[in-house]
Design a binder for this molecule. Structure first.
Ligand code: DGL
Length: 259
C-alpha cells in the first residue's frame, strides 16, 4: 500500500509506557496525526518470549498499515529488539522507527562514567543491546539493571503510591551515590523518574530515547516526502487492547501528566 502524506503515524507499546515517547513525537511533529495503541491486555512484553513479542508486534503493525498508517513507531525498547528488523524487512516501503536505550548520548556525556541501564530482562538479553553496549560503551562502566515487575506495576497507575517507590528503591537503591547517569531503557520508566532520582540521590543525569526517536521519525518522514504539509495541529487518538473507559482515561492521564 503506498503511504500518503495525510496518513497517520501509528505508535505502539506493550501498554501505556510508549505514551512517554508519544509526548516527544507530538512535541517534535505537532502537525502530524498520531494513533496510539497500547497492548495492555498482553503487558508486560518483557516477561514474554521473543517469538511472542514478535507475533504481537507484527499483528499490531499489520493492523495499522491496513488502516492507512504512513509510518510506524515502535515505542517499546523490548518490541524494537524483538521485531524491528523483521517488520522493516516485511514492509521496506514504510518508515518503521524503533527505540533503543539511550546509551549513546549518556556515554558521550560521561565518557568515563558509571552508567546504569534500566530495562526489561528481554531488552538486556537480546543481541541489539549487546551490540549497543559494545559500540557505545567505550570507557564507561555500563551496568545493566533488569527491572522485572516494574513496567507491570506502572501499568496499574497510582504512581504516587508508596509500594512503587519501595519497588524502585529495591531495584536501584543499592547504587545510591555511586552512579553518574541512568538510561531509562524502557518506555514505561520515564513515568517513575522521580522515584529513581529519590532512590539514587542528587546529581544523577537521566537519558531516555524519546527525543531521539522523535528526531528519527522526522528524518524518515522527510526522506520519504511524507511530512504533513498542514499548518493546523494534528490529532492524537488512543486505543488499547484493554479497551475500557477506565483504561483509556489512564492513557490520557499519562499523556498530560507533568513529568
Ligand atoms: N515499555 C516497554 C519497553 O520499552 C516494555 C515494558 C514491558 O511490557 O515489559 O521495553
Amino acid at each position: 500500500m503506498g503511504a500518503a502524506r495525510d496518513g497517520f503515524v501509528g505508535v505502539f507499546d506493550s501498554g501505556l509506557g510508549g505514551i512517554s515517547v508519544l509526548r516527544s513525537l507530538v512535541a517534535e511533529l505537532p502537525h502530524e496525526d498520531f494513533r496510539y495503541f497500547g497492548d495492555s491486555a498482553n503487558a508486560p512484553y518483557g516477561e514474554k518470549t521473543e517469538a511472542q513479542v514478535l507475533e504481537l508486534s507484527r499483528s499490531i503493525a499489520d493492523r495499522f498499515l491496513a488502516e492507512g498508517a504512513k509510518a510506524i513507531v515502535i515505542a517499546c525498547n523490548t518490541a524494537t529488539s524483538a521485531s524491528a528488523a523483521t517488520l522493516r524487512a516485511a514492509h521496506p516501503d514504510v518508515p518503521i522507527v524503533g527505540i533503543e536505550p539511550a546509551l549513546k548520548p549518556a556515554a558521550r556525556a560521561f565518557p568515563h562514567g558509571r552508567i546504569l541501564v534500566m530495562a526489561t530482562e528481554m531488552t538486556l538479553n537480546l543481541d541489539k543491546y549487546h551490540e549497543l553496549a559494545r559500540a557505545w560503551g567505550g570507557e564507561c562502566e555500563v551496568v545493566p539493571v533488569p527491572c522485572p515487575g516494574l513496567a507491570a506495576r506502572i501499568e496499574r497507575g497510582d504512581l504516587d503510591a508508596p509500594d512503587l517507590g519501595e519497588m524502585v528503591e529495591g531495584l536501584v537503591g543499592g547504587y545510591a551515590g555511586s552512579v553518574d547517569a541512568v538510561v531509562l531503557g524502557c518506555t514505561h520508566y520515564p513515568f517513575v523518574r522521580t522515584q529513581v532520582e529519590r532512590a539514587l540521590g542528587p546529581g544523577v543525569a537521566f537519558f531516555d530515547g524519546g527525543a531521539g526517536t522523535a528526531r528519527q521519525l522526522r528524518k524518515r518522514l522527510a526522506e520519504e516526502g511524507l511530512l504533513s504539509g498542514r499548518v493546523r495541529p494534528g490529532s492524537v487518538e488512543f486505543a488499547s487492547s484493554l479497551d475500557t473507559p477506565d483504561e483509556l482515561a489512564l492513557y490520557r492521564g499519562f499523556f498530560s501528566m507533568p513529568l
